[in-house]
Design a binder for this molecule. Structure first.
Ligand SMILES: C[S@@+](CC[C@H](N)C(=O)[O-])C[C@H]1O[C@@H](n2cnc3c(N)ncnc32)[C@H](O)[C@@H]1O
Length: 364
């Protein structure tokens, strides 16, 4: 990291810092061999994981999503699924098992992940579907299919913007990382013409994130995606909530051993760094690039609309307890949202089941 900071003139903008810390081959958090995903940390019956995601909690998550994917495959006349950032492969397994049981398995299930180190783990998880599962390091120039990404957008590097002096005569700066004379990493802010997408009221200091990489990801999809529908699930808000004056410390957070901390400058590569998603930014980037927004709602509402209770009718007590975590408002049900996108021509003639009640697209 010191070399990288030196090579960039002594100041590294935070998004480049975050990209290195998470994805630098062999060293970055998602490029090294630490366990990352699981329900418990080391020493509490766990194997040293740092955080848990919905598919790691219960297969009910993927089995329910599969109903939505089956409808989307049918409605858009496609027979491929592309999953971005597949983690341990748990979601892919749940989706493929359920689609096989529904009699509608996709011809191909392709995993696109920046993390090569997770591939062996995914291969082992998905051994029973080896004939359908493929991996791609990058998107082809043209593709079609139904897209899926759980907690991927939040893992894309963000820029940090800081305002001191309040709304009236405040100064906006971009936050970056320097090396102090003692050799430690430290924050350093530089003046910038960049601004958050909405004016932030109030006399107080304010730190927040903007998400050019996630929006560029959506634009890349738009350029190459010919047919299908895509479902992205993540924690986040519409921009009016994201840039609310009271959210003055932003949403950047680190996760290690199931604890969160606000300091990305320590333990590089040993903990996850993430920021919430600005779903308005995703929707606007999509529309500007020619995609349609098919729907936007909370995870809880989406899963219930897709038939979670029916999927869970024979579930045991453990999965039933986890079902609560997926949908309860004070757990994942409200903080997590689902946004669905489609390329031109794939949006007409159907309504995704997950948004049949409680669609909030108008709030973006
Ligand atoms: C928080 S993990 C989520 C894993 C999994 N989806 C789950 O729910 O357990 C984020 C994953 O997204 C991947 N990722 C980040 N940016 C990506 C991109 N532009 N394309 C594909 N994968 C990406 C990371 O490598 C990592 O595997």
């Amino acid at each position: 990291m010191r070399e990288a900071i030196h090579a960039s003139g002594g100041w590294l903008p935070f998004d480049r810092f975050m990209a290195l810390v998470l994805y630098e081959p062999g060293l970055g958090y998602y490029a090294n061999q630490t366990p990352k995903f699981g329900q418990l940390p080391q020493g509490q019956g766990g194997q040293g994981s740092d955080f848990v995601t919905a598919p790691e909690l219960t297969p009910l998550f993927g089995h329910t999503l599969a109903r939505q994917l089956a409808q989307a495959l049918e409605a858009t006349g496609t027979d491929e699924i592309w999953e971005f950032g597949a983690g341990t492969g748990a979601l892919a397994l749940q989706v493929l098992d359920a689609l096989v049981a529904l009699g509608r398995p996709p011809r191909r299930y392709t995993i696109v992940d920046l993390s090569g180190s997770l591939r062996e783990r995914q291969r082992a998880t998905l051994a029973s579907h080896a004939d359908r599962v493929h991996w791609a390091d990058r998107l082809p120039e043209a593709f079609e299919g139904v897209l899926l990404g759980n907690e991927v957008l939040d893992a894309m590097p963000v820029q940090l913007l800081r305002r001191t002096g309040g709304q009236a005569d405040g100064v906006w700066q971009e936050r970056g990382v320097v090396v102090t004379p003692e050799g430690r990493l430290a924050w350093a802010d530089r003046c910038t013409a960049q601004r958050p997408p909405v004016e932030i009221e109030g006399p107080h200091d304010y730190l927040t994130e903007i998400h050019p990489q996630a929006e560029a990801f959506v634009r890349t999809l738009a350029e190459r995606w010919r047919r299908g529908a895509g479902f992205f699930i993540d924690y986040g808000f519409p921009e009016a909530e994201y840039y609310h004056p009271q959210r003055h410390m932003g949403t950047l957070i680190c996760h290690r051993a199931h604890r969160s901390d606000p300091d990305p400058l320590s333990d590089l590569g040993l903990k996850d760094i993430t920021a919430h998603v600005n779903f308005t930014g995703i929707a606007l980037a999509a529309q500007d690039a020619g995609l349609s927004v098919l729907g936007y709602t909370s995870q809880g509402r989406f899963l219930l609309n897709c038939g979670l209770l029916d999927v869970a009718k024979d579930a045991g007590p453990k999965d039933n307890a986890m079902l609560g975590k997926l949908v309860n408002e004070h757990e994942m049900g409200e903080l997590f949202k689902v946004i669905a996108l489609a390329p031109a021509g794939s949006e007409t003639g159907w309504e995704p089941a997950g948004f049949s009640a409680g669609d909030r697209t108008h709030r973006l």
